[in-house]
Design a protein around this ligand. Sequence first.
Ligand code: KIV
Length: 281
Amino acid sequence: MSTTGQTRALTPPDIAARKGKTPLVCLTAYTTPIARLVDPHCDVVLVGDSAGMVLHGLPLTLGVTLEMMIMHGKAVRRGLERALMVVDMPFGSYEEGPDQAFRNAARMMAETGCAAVKLEGGEAVAQTIRFLAARGVPVMAHVGLTPQAVNTFGGYRVQGRGEDGERIRIDALAVAEAGAFAVVLEKVPEQLARRLTAELTIPTIGIGASPACDGQVLVVDDMLGLFGDFRPKFVKRYAELGDAASAAIAAYAHEVRERRFPAAEHVFGDAPATAKGGEAA
Ligand code: KIV
């Protein structure tokens, strides 16, 4: 049951048309059960390469492969009915140029059923975005702190403070002009995100950016409190599921050791199964 009243699946043009309107709600998902949970509430579900860190225990997103993203994309597709599914192109799958990017994005779309891909980078990938957009591959861009470039930045610092804001502005204008249907602004000063949202004609989707953005995105494991002690300033924890899971696992371990689980209601008698085909008590 959708909480948004939307009955058909959203498309990239639907998302582009939301510029300046009700804020776009976006979360990541990597598995079918989480996709089913987020779909009724979200406009965009991003199969982010953050999967490498939050699900696979990698230290960075750089080790994520096309095959990993395709596997997560297929799983998420099975859980979505109405949100637009966007899949991240992983590091090394598009930077060589338009031909490589098209080959891998086409494979991503064909194998996962996603309607759009996301690429990190600004001016440097604008030509690639133009090539893809003109050939049936809708692109969500991603500027500001782009985690695949963590080694170039020397860490996960805020990007675009002071005069450096002009670099982010040039990147954002370049990807919009190249035909991206939306752009993620990650970890940039609030005032810069606000100015860019006013200047760009495509929706901005903020993460560590500004409430003035046309939408917001968070990594679902972060906002559910499932990703350990990772507590960056831009993440609000809406639940502490990690703590709840830990307490449940401890209770199970205790009851097994005390022989209190399984209890009578969890075990089977040896009477024949009932005619209704139910489990024998
Ligand atoms: O990989 C990811 O989850 C992302 C979002 C944080 C925007 O790129």
